[in-house]
Design a binder for this molecule. Structure first.
Ligand code: ATP
Length: 365
């Protein structure tokens, strides 16, 4: 098992910067997600951890040892790719034995170890089968098994479930997480799927255009996004943004939206100009007494809940409301927000301003 630390790591490909000065730590035994849209630098970051790509600058430590110049084969890390390549001419058992035989492990020990791992993965009954006829899930289990038998210090996984269909993907995600909980091996997992990251990860790094936007536990990232990008990327529907022009000073505990006073957590820093109030759909409530109003544009039935889209003086918002509430298109409805959950964003990059509610999370991020 291993701790992996990334310190100011940067990667340039010619004039293009794929990863800009990233820093974060994957603690020993963590299931750690690298999350972001396509092209944001997740795979490049993972490949640098593995030693398949050299950083342009910055340092990578595995268990406190700087591994910058150490080749991939000497890092004792297993890489599991999306396109899990198995040896087609070997059966399942031979595919799993191969890494151990190449290391020179005695045959009897190899057999024992492969059987143990196959039992953990639930594939001990197919050890003699050819890999050609296996389902996607079993192929993925064999690929994992081949990585696990080596007992590496850490697993690096690049969208390992990307090739599976949605239903199977969910099942494999649960299996992977359960497997991790049993083995406790440090795992770094690349995904562009925010739900997968929230469901599986102990911690998440959110990347955008090569920049680490936020790093923390899933709930902190959901509740207290550090930037508008994170607020928008995480959550379905994402956080609503109510744009307004104004001044906020340290100590303020309300903002003015279209002449209505909206309570917010007490601010710890100020800003002025174009600002945005961020509110999650589930933190908007209908209220007969609220003077802040929106007009219903659309409703989307989701079973227990419905998503109601409303036009407000500060832009469109989506509210998650119980389906039992009757809502008609065109209706004008008073809106109330859960004050303690609100975030104010400012500046060209839309950074969250520090408040009594988010300051602890932002200090750690
Ligand atoms: P995806 O999910 O699409 O793989 P990603 O977040 O993993 O995206 P990377 O594969 O790390 O992104 O790529 C980040 C950027 O670096 C992309 O714009 C990509 O085109 C570029 N890039 C990656 N490898 C190279 C390379 N060897 N040479 C030039 N550019 C590269």
């Amino acid at each position: 098992m291993a701790q992996i630390r990334i310190e100011n790591v940067r990667k340039e490909f010619g004039a293009f910067t794929a990863v800009q000065s990233s820093s974060f730590t994957v603690e020993d035994g963590e299931f750690f997600m690298l999350l972001g849209p396509s092209g944001c630098g997740k795979t490049t970051t993972l490949r640098m951890m593995a030693g398949l790509e050299l950083p342009t600058s910055g340092k990578i430590y595995i268990d406190g040892e700087e591994v910058g110049m150490k080749p991939a084969s000497k890092r004792d890390i297993a890489f599991v790719f999306q396109m899990f390549a198995l040896y087609p001419h070997m059966n399942v058992g031979k595919n799993m034995s191969y890494p151990l035989i190449s290391q020179g492990m005695p045959k009897a020990d190899v057999k024992k170890r492969v059987l143990e791992v196959a039992q953990i993965l639930g594939i001990d009954h197919i050890l003699n089968k050819s890999v050609g006829g296996l389902s996607g899930g079993d192929r993925q289990r064999v690929a994992l098994g081949r990585a696990i038998v080596r007992e590496p210090k850490a697993f690096l996984m690049d969208e390992p479930l990307g090739a599976l269909d949605a239903e199977f993907r969910e099942r494999m995600a649960e299996e992977l997480r359960a497997l991790h909980d049993r083995m406790g091996a440090t795992t770094v997992y690349v995904t562009h799927d925010q739900l997968e990251a929230m469901q599986m990860g102990d911690k998440i790094v959110v990347m955008n255009h090569g920049v680490v936007e936020q790093f923390g536990v899933p709930q902190d990232i959901y509740d207290w996004p550090a930037t508008k990008f994170v607020a928008n990327f995480i959550g379905s529907p994402p956080m609503n943004f109510l744009d307004f022009h104004g001044i906020i000073g340290s100590g303020f505990d309300a903002v003015d939206l279209a002449g209505c006073k909206i309570s917010i957590p007490e601010m710890r820093e100020g800003a002025e100009g174009d600002l945005t109030l961020g509110v999650r759909p589930e933190h908007i409530h209908f209220s007969d007494t609220s003077e802040y109003r929106g007009q219903v544009v659309a409703t989307e039935y989701l079973g227990t809940d419905q998503i109601v889209t409303l036009e407000t003086p500060n832009g469109e918002v989506k509210a998650r409301i119980a389906s039992s509430v009757a809502v008609a298109a065109g209706e004008i409805i008073g809106l109330e927000f859960d004050s303690r959950t609100l975030t104010v964003f400012s500046g060209p990059k839309g950074h969250a301003l520090r408040s009594s509610a988010n300051e602890k999370v932002l200090a750690h991020g």
